[in-house]
Design a protein around this ligand. Sequence first.
Ligand code: P1T
Length: 382
Amino acid sequence: MKFNTKTIHGGQQNDPSTGAVMPPIYQTSTYAQSSPGKHKGYAYSRTENPTRTALENSFAAIENGTHGLAFSSGLAAIDCVLRMLNPGDEVIAGDDLYGGTYRIFTRMFQKKGLKFSFVDMNSVENVTNAITEKTKLIWIETPTNPLMKIADIEAITKAVKKVNSVILIGVDNTFATPYLQQPLALGVDIVMHSATKYLGGHSDLVMGALMVKDVKLAEELHFIQFAAGAIAGPMDSFLALRGIKTLHLRMQRHCENGRAVAAYLVKHPKVKEVYYPGLENHPSYEVAKKQMKDFGGMVSFKLKDESQKATFTFLENTKIFTLAESLGGVESLVNHPATMTHASIPEQERLKTGITDSLIRLSVGIEAIEDLLKDLEQALGK
Ligand code: P1T
């Protein structure tokens, strides 16, 4: 199946009892057993629920995996991956990450004895040079949140596996989605999503996803999820499944609009810098072009006037772009990373990577581009 068919049919079947085309929302915690241990494949909804199963099959299909797991949030999915590691184990991660990912790494798991090295994944050598005999996991976010840095997934995977083939490689594919890039096909072990974003696509749920292609790894992750319990509920599973069915259509428009917004901002006299992998002067434009089908709908930028007053004036004056955390929904959002999504990163660390107080992040939605540009124009004019 082609990707645009997989989003609709991948791993799906009509409901066997009624023929329902969409899986029912099995809003149940438990299932009748005819004798102890004898049931129809479902015993208790922390372990498995048919609506979640339908979604997990879709997750696996769209990322070219064999198994998908649906979690109560993106961070619960990351938490599940980290729980496979033991004190003393080392993780190499990118130096620009969603603030919550940085927080769970440094303020939860570092305390429990894991060691994290944060490197600029712009260069493959930065990753391989950080490998020690204790390295167990490489965590790649690409494009990164919020600076839109790009890591060459295939080159990093090849180089790392050459040094030590048992090191796991995980990719947070939230910004790109499988419409743009499919990391399992490039050799990585785990794909993770905040399904809250493009997969759900309508800003109406919080959810995480893991996709893998190795049975043992799937079993280990499933055991942790079952034992610790951070599962997605049936209603959210239904909504995410519905969202995925239009992922390819929405992404086409997100990419078109994202490109137009980036091009508009680059030319605006009040704008100092635009961060978008589809711009030819982006430091990793060639890698992005090779690795991604298009460049996505996330655009960050800084104004020439980097004062708090100018930045906040813009943030307070957009009308269609709503000032809010999150991204990837049909509606356009604007975010101030320094005080919102990345506020938990210590200021000095933030500034080192370039998340200054003047950085603005746009999640470009699928509205009419004329209205979006008009909105930016009036807010920049204030
Ligand atoms: O919010 P949650 O579903 O738990 O997902 C966390 C997460 C993980 N990875 C990336 C790349 C993310 O962007 C996020 C969540 N990000 C936001 C809420 C945001 O506005 O950036």
